[in-house]
Design a protein around this ligand. Structure first.
Ligand code: ADP
Length: 258
């Protein structure tokens, strides 16, 4: 990215990244990786070259969503991401370990160092939008990412239940403290569509996303339902085949960054 404050790490000299988008959440399991993947697909469909940097080192789920199981290769230029079927560049710790079921048993600083290397050592060639799937929460690694990478915008993913807690506020406040521009909130698992009558069922009661967004001065970018079809495609590594278009508002906001 062009904006490079003094504390930011220089990217691999062979990289060309136009915009870096951080996807964050207060806790795990709310669909942060799912949102990162679907946003990359949405932007790819709009004709942009996209990458996903899987910074969720202890819980990497990006390769699985795309059905990628290969081993990333390195040469004198750097370490090369693996391309998805649609042509999205993916780098994840799971593409570097011997056995993708082996846990990464590293302490915080080592994990943070690995994420930094995904920026400094990986060749992100002509990438318009690099999505960084952040680990949940406000720990070491998100801090390192915010300090080391020139993040141009943050998308916050939250479930309805998380929105009624203070957890999401902590993630939002962290990004705001670090002066990273916020693009807005995606409410995931917002509702369920009855397969018989099409009625929207609010499983977790009435949504509080507007209220929470207003409190923090944020935009509601999308409300994505729980979709069994999406879960199935994710489990089968075919996320790119998903036809739902719930994230177009978020994609519009991201496109405007260029
Ligand atoms: P996180 O990255 O926040 O930990 P994930 O993206 O891994 O969460 O999602 C957690 C689980 O929920 C995954 O199994 C994923 O396939 C599923 N999931 C996420 N969003 C949806 C959705 N809208 N509909 C159905 N399943 C979903």
């Amino acid at each position: 990215a062009s904006r490079q404050a003094p504390q930011h790490e220089a990217p691999n000299p062979n990289s060309r990244v136009k915009k870096v988008i951080g996807v964050v959440s207060g806790k795990g399991g709310v669909g942060k990786s799912m949102t990162s993947a679907l946003l990359a697909c949405a932007m790819r469909r709009r004709g942009y070259h996209c990458g996903i940097l899987d910074a969720d080192i202890t819980g990497p789920s990006i390769p699985k969503l795309f059905g990628i199981h290969g081993r990333a290769m390195a040469d004198d230029k750097g370490c090369w991401p693996i391309q998805s079927r649609m042509g999205i560049d993916v780098m994840s710790i799971n593409l570097l370990v011997e056995n993708e079921e082996d846990p990464v048993v590293w302490r915080g600083p080592v994990i943070a160092g690995a994420v930094k290397q995904f920026w400094t050592d990986v060749v992100w060639k002509d990438v318009d939008f690099l999505f960084v799937d952040m680990p949940p929460g406000t720990g070491d690694v998100p801090l390192t990412v915010f300090q080391s990478l020139p993040v141009d915008g943050i998308v916050v993913v939250a479930s309805p239940q998380e929105l009624v807690s203070m957890i999401v506020a902590k993630a939002v406040n962290m990004a705001q403290m670090m002066k990273i521009p916020m693009l807005g909130i995606v409410e995931n698992m917002s509702y369920l569509i009855c397969p018989d009558c099409g009625k929207h069922i609010s499983l977790f009661g009435e949504s509080h996303v507007e209220e929470v967004a207003a409190k923090h001065g944020l935009t509601v970018l999308a409300k994505m339902p729980i979709d069994p079809e999406l879960a199935k495609l994710a489990d089968n590594g075919c996320i790119e085949n998903y036809g739902g278009d719930y994230l177009s508002g978020a994609a519009d906001a991201i496109e405007k960054l260029l």
